[in-house]
Design a protein. Structure first.
Length: 94
């Protein structure tokens, strides 16, 4: 049996993280993008994407021009210890 500890989304291979995609998993780190990469067609993080992910502690958003749409913020609501790491240029957006 394997446990998914981290997951990296790179564009354009992935365009969304779907509804309940990681629900209940033990993933601890999610990384969106790589430094210098454009988000391309990445559109959204689905509702309850990380619901019940009590091990999730870090979300890294490395794209310089991407912010999480406010209508999808419920994807992160059930993760009280989550730290969101963003490029310094985006700090005011969060």
């Amino acid at each position: 049996m394997y446990t998914l500890n981290s997951f990296t989304v790179t564009a354009p291979q992935v365009d969304t993280i779907g509804v309940s995609a990681f629900e209940g998993t033990k993933v601890s780190t999610i990384t969106l993008g790589t430094a210098g990469e454009e988000p391309g067609v990445f559109a959204a993080i689905g509702s309850k994407a990380f619901y019940g992910c009590s091990s999730l502690t870090d979300l890294y958003i490395l794209w310089e021009n991407y912010t999480i749409p406010l209508d999808n913020v419920d994807a992160l609501n059930s993760v009280p210890s989550l730290k969101i790491h963003v490029p310094a240029a985006l700090l005011s957006e969060y």
